[in-house]
Design a protein around this ligand. Sequence first.
Ligand code: ADP
Length: 759
Amino acid sequence: MSDLREAPKPTPSRLKRLAGRWWRQQSPSRQDRFATMGPLVSVLLFLAAITSAFWYLRNEEIDRATEALHRDTEILAARESRQPLYSKPYNDPQGAPVFQLHVPLIDRHGFAGAIVVEYSIEALLRYFVPTEVTRRHAIAVLGPDQRELTGTVNTPTQTQSNNTLVYQVPLAPLANGIQLRGQGYRTSIGLIGNTLFWMVVALSVLTVWMLLGTWRHMRRRSQIQKALVQETNFRRAMENSMLTGMRAMDMNGQVTYVNPAFCAMTGYSETELVDGFPPFPYWPEDRIEENMRLLQQELQGRSPAGGIEVKVKRKDGSVFDARMYVSPLIDPKGQQTGWMTSMTNITEAKRIRDQLSASHERFTTVLEQLDAAVSVLSVQQGELLFTNRSYRLWFGGDAKGHEGLTSVSVSPPFQAEGEDNVDTLSGLPTQELMDSGAQPREVFIESLQMWFDVRSRYLQWTDGRLAQMLIATDITARRRVEEQAQQQAERAAATSRLITMGEMASSVAHELNQPLTAITNYCNGIVSRVRAGTIQTEDMIAALQKTARQAERAGQVIHRIRAFVKRSEPQRQASQAVDIVEDAVELAGIELRRRKVNIHTYVAQRLPPLMVDPILIEQVLMNLLKNAAEAIDSAQMPPSRRHIELRVVPKHSAEEGGVIEFSVTDTGPGMKEDVLARLYEAFFSTKVEGMGIGLSLCRSIIESHQGRIRAQNLYNGSSVTGCRFAVTLPVDLSQRAEGPAVPEVPMETAVSNPNASSS
Ligand code: ADP
């Protein structure tokens, strides 16, 4: 049955509740509007009520007066209506308005005459109208022409104009057109009513005016209030979102306020903290004394502006580092009421700082301990921005060392064109500079007698300036070793040349023996013919010229050998391939002739000059020719296969560019696989008396000239027909234009008969 309960009737208390709820549902601005409009509306309603009350009362009054007037006037008229015949009103000789009554006298014989009565209208009015009527109304008698004959009031025109309440009846049964008129006076009720009405109106207007003023004032107040609420909300949001803990204290150190962040940081609730006195619960036990001292300092306003670092204990017992800043709390009167303390958790910041400083320390330690000198120089100011220990040790504290290492001035390479990648600030192509990698250079510092490998790089310094960083590694030791190795190599080359000559000693002796024998023969022949006196002067001259030519030939051989074995510093110079080939073939020819091996030489025309040491290249060619001849000889090749070809031709490959190729092709037995693999190994030889340094030396000589040496077997089908050694040397491009003229005719010599030259 409970479901069928009737809806509760709205009782007054319920209505009140409903109204209250409705009121609370309204927004504050609406509430304000209602609060302002309410009184205004009630004043207007009051004014309307008063106005309608006055109107009602006035109408009532007029109705009542009208009724009384009708009544009184009609009573008067009725009284006058008893006579049968009346004359028209007229003025008597005195001028007073009168009318006559003619009453017929009738006896048995009929009309016997008439009684004439003359009435004074004035007197009638005076005697017959009661005073209470005349007091209330103005009564007048009007003639048929509506003219007033007489009245109770003397100034009829005035009265008529002021009075609106008029009632007129014919004075029946007087059929003479006389009318009785009653006029209502306006009594004091109008005057009093009007005054009251206007007073009410004025007061209402005043009230409305005051209300409007109040309303305007309230509107201003509500605007201010709105701004205040907004400001408060903003501050509260700020305070709540802030990670900084805030705590306010009064002048005695009692906590008056903490913000949510402070509670979150310490783990204590607001109620646990507010109103508390020191020592506060978040003070670590072992630091209470210190904190007391700090608080005292705080209350006396002596806290450092930079804040104080403190340890704070959370409710769970853990401790963190915090920094606190204190500022005075000032009330609106300018009086200090306490202190506001802000607290930030700096554990993370401290950890990062510690890490940073540790990493910085590591970094500087590494840099400081580096054997290389590191320096950073600002490009525009030429100011040293950083140096490490090694730099300071070697170059001191100034930028001269840095500049010395760059050897050229620090100014980076400018790009004449390509405006678009130029930095507007300094006019330097910064991006390009910084992208360009470190280009190592080897620099000798005279004052230190040290060699440095210098790598430089442009970078943007911490303050945004363009700077050049140099890393100079001491490579003096390496350079010394390299120099020593170089000297060793030179010595080895010289030694090798001596060895070559030693090996060729018997051939050379044989070679020299021929001209010397010839000279001896010529001399002996001349001597015996001079003694016999059978020689003609012309014959003697011819014989002596032959002798001299033989001596010259021997001298040339010795000169070439001397030039070949002379130990000298390697000297690169613009050399012609044809000259090198000529000298090499001349010397090797001695050995080739002894081994009965032919040589055919071809040197291409118009070869560009080479920037080489001609003696070293000659040594390489000598070695290759000697090896070829030895291979042919030791294999005891038949005369048809005792042949070597030396060709010098220009070549171009994508890999090496423009080169000159020297190739030595023999018709020997070729090389076995294992020999090919170990060809350039030092001390590798297949010969009984071989030293095994020839080819290894050849390779180092060629490589020191940025050239290459290659060896290969030559085949005819599957059978080896010989082998080919090819040496390529880069042409000297710088000399190409003004190089010495190349002989027009290719040098093409053939030593077909080893003994032919000896004749
Ligand atoms: P060496 O001549 O003192 O043996 P090299 O370094 O000049 O030293 O030569 C190393 C080896 O290479 C030789 O012992 C030989 O076996 C092989 N060799 C060099 N040139 C030729 C060639 N033209 N034909 C065959 N084998 C060769």
